[in-house]
Design a protein. Sequence first.
Lengths: 161, 161, 161, 161, 161, 161
Amino acid sequence: MKTAIFPGTFDPFTIGHFDVVQRALQIFDKVIIATIGDNQKKKTLFSSEARAAMIKQAMQPYAGKVEVVIYDTMTVDFCRAHHSNFIIRGIRTVGDYNFESIMAQANQKLSPVIDTVFFPSRPEHAYICSSVVRDILLYQGDVSAFIPKGMEIAAISCAKK
Amino acid sequence: MKTAIFPGTFDPFTIGHFDVVQRALQIFDKVIIATIGDNQKKKTLFSSEARAAMIKQAMQPYAGKVEVVIYDTMTVDFCRAHHSNFIIRGIRTVGDYNFESIMAQANQKLSPVIDTVFFPSRPEHAYICSSVVRDILLYQGDVSAFIPKGMEIAAISCAKK
Amino acid sequence: MKTAIFPGTFDPFTIGHFDVVQRALQIFDKVIIATIGDNQKKKTLFSSEARAAMIKQAMQPYAGKVEVVIYDTMTVDFCRAHHSNFIIRGIRTVGDYNFESIMAQANQKLSPVIDTVFFPSRPEHAYICSSVVRDILLYQGDVSAFIPKGMEIAAISCAKK
Amino acid sequence: MKTAIFPGTFDPFTIGHFDVVQRALQIFDKVIIATIGDNQKKKTLFSSEARAAMIKQAMQPYAGKVEVVIYDTMTVDFCRAHHSNFIIRGIRTVGDYNFESIMAQANQKLSPVIDTVFFPSRPEHAYICSSVVRDILLYQGDVSAFIPKGMEIAAISCAKK
Amino acid sequence: MKTAIFPGTFDPFTIGHFDVVQRALQIFDKVIIATIGDNQKKKTLFSSEARAAMIKQAMQPYAGKVEVVIYDTMTVDFCRAHHSNFIIRGIRTVGDYNFESIMAQANQKLSPVIDTVFFPSRPEHAYICSSVVRDILLYQGDVSAFIPKGMEIAAISCAKK
Amino acid sequence: MKTAIFPGTFDPFTIGHFDVVQRALQIFDKVIIATIGDNQKKKTLFSSEARAAMIKQAMQPYAGKVEVVIYDTMTVDFCRAHHSNFIIRGIRTVGDYNFESIMAQANQKLSPVIDTVFFPSRPEHAYICSSVVRDILLYQGDVSAFIPKGMEIAAISCAKK
């Protein structure tokens, strides 16, 4: 059984992320979505619990093949602990590629058996990213076109300050 | 059984291409390397026969899981004919990404079930590309550090004029 | 009356080009589509006459506000001859931007009153470009999703060798 | 009458921004410069009042055709409220393009009638950006070559902490 | 005697930085490594004293030709004060280039006699950067492959909060 | 004595190339400009003799410190033959960087002691490149702002067909 790890902040999860999981499930038997825990390094709009809950809601149609986990270790350590050698990431732009290729190479240095594969975003998702969703939420705009069907944005009270 | 198609010109095949196949075989059960036939559109240094022969030589250690085919159709038609929904490509630079993401999206438009996944090059292969190999060959330089072990560059007489 | 010049090879015209013209007509009163003449510098698949004829067919809904001209001068000279100070170009990728910003700056150097404005492509057109269309035509594939409605690809006999 | 919206932080306004407005006024009848209000999301060196005051000072030669407004809504809502369908942005680098094309596509998704056009920076302004100006100010350097003539940098006491 | 200034945050110094100094010493007689002082603008993991101490440790083999200084002025002012007209920077990615070319042009504007030269990273260092090192340290991972031999990561107690 | 090699096609030499040589002479004692010979791989507008003659004319003010040579070997072999370990190249855009960093890394692989340093173009030269000059020449435009003072474009009869 081949398992892929999909690590990220997912603050919040978008239809772009959803699409990556759907496509990865064509290749892998299982995908573990690993959302980073609350820590001092990166301020997030949603708490890790809220993020994980939203992802679970979004991925319900694939419940048997997808797991959602909060993690707070190095990504390669998370892969090892879950017996997976594969990290998956979506790439929307040249800026994404620039950053992600560095992370992929660093992870391979830290753990040579762990490989990263990239899914190029579908054109209609090129502008769908968590920071745009957060911008829209800031002004109480409508984000329904940017997040998976059935996923409800966690109540404001869940958002960390 | 999951088969991936690795299409390309491979003029000639390099250790960067070899690495992509090795890594893809961790995920897919079989890889079909599809080298483009001789046509008027793209001038190549090596004939398609020479290119295919060199690839077969390079991939001998993986003979059971790798097939080498000359093709002269659209890539998506080749995928359909070989019952594969997966195209794989290596990405070395932002320039590669720019070009390959367009091709991936165009192929998905032409055949929605066919997906493309990218393997980011290992850092030590970042500068390994067929055009650099051809440049070195032009001046009778030593390309042994750029091509797979055991693969011998086809005789000059194989090169098309 | 404000006129914009849309220069290009348009080998052939695509729905991406069509979209740029439509959007430019929201800002400018008239758009002159200037397709480069047949010359030794750039080999094209279609003759300039075939290209111009296809563009006219595509732009018929906007016949009163769009003109199609074959030109064989520097772009800035064409602008001057048509009393326009504005060049418009569509931008799909970082690669496009890299090239087009150089041309825009060179044109401004050659003629300081002439300015260039860029229209970022719509996401769903990011992969629509003339070279992909030509690739598909090479293998007799279906390009109807890539070209404007009503525009028929000129007969093979029009294509230059 | 055609109005364009030029949204931004302008922390502070530079000769690059000034150039975009001047060029936009060749195409549009009016430009509304919309500087983002003080909010928790983005720390600025200058308060929104100081930024707006500096921009008004800089744009005095075009007073009849330029308006300066502090806003605190989504950009597309601001456009609607001011009856404009056009957003303008200057592009200096590939990094700018990468970010701005995402924002342009997201805005078009949120409000399909609103379009964004890009003005490629003049070569001599390629390195002129607000963050460089802030860096120089941090060390009490001379920023007169980076800001519009006649615009005086607001007193330190205006800067937010 | 030709002296080059190598300014940076170096939070912390990596084998990529070390490589730039080694290569610069082939061209210049002396390299002054200038690490930015503690200031409110940029939060660092290590204090400037800890950063300078680590760099001195790393550069011990080149002690006679390398100087390490904490600075808190504009880079061009530092160059003038140390009678150097040359800034050196390593470039790993397109993102680095985008940022560094802006800084180089801004510095040349501020002081026309001061020039910047770039050293393209060696391929095996492409993913070596301070932020990756800090990420690994955050989880108590092993950074020995990312920092110069003999350089010991300063005790946690040196890290600023 | 430190010598740098400046290899290129220089078809033709521009004020951007001239600027690179001037700046390199601040660091190196001598610069050898190596223009590639006539060969089947790359069609040029000017013959190698015409290109070398134009460069000599342009560099006359620096005659004692600059040499102009036509070469037809690998660049690293040329460096060895001229006892230089340094290649210099100008970088104008992200596209340039993408290509040049690959060549620099490949050359370092072929000859580990040979290093490449990049000079970022001055902003006002960002759009100055040989291909733009050739485009203008194609239409008999005025290229005097793009080439060094005193350099006269070689007669049409020198251009290769």
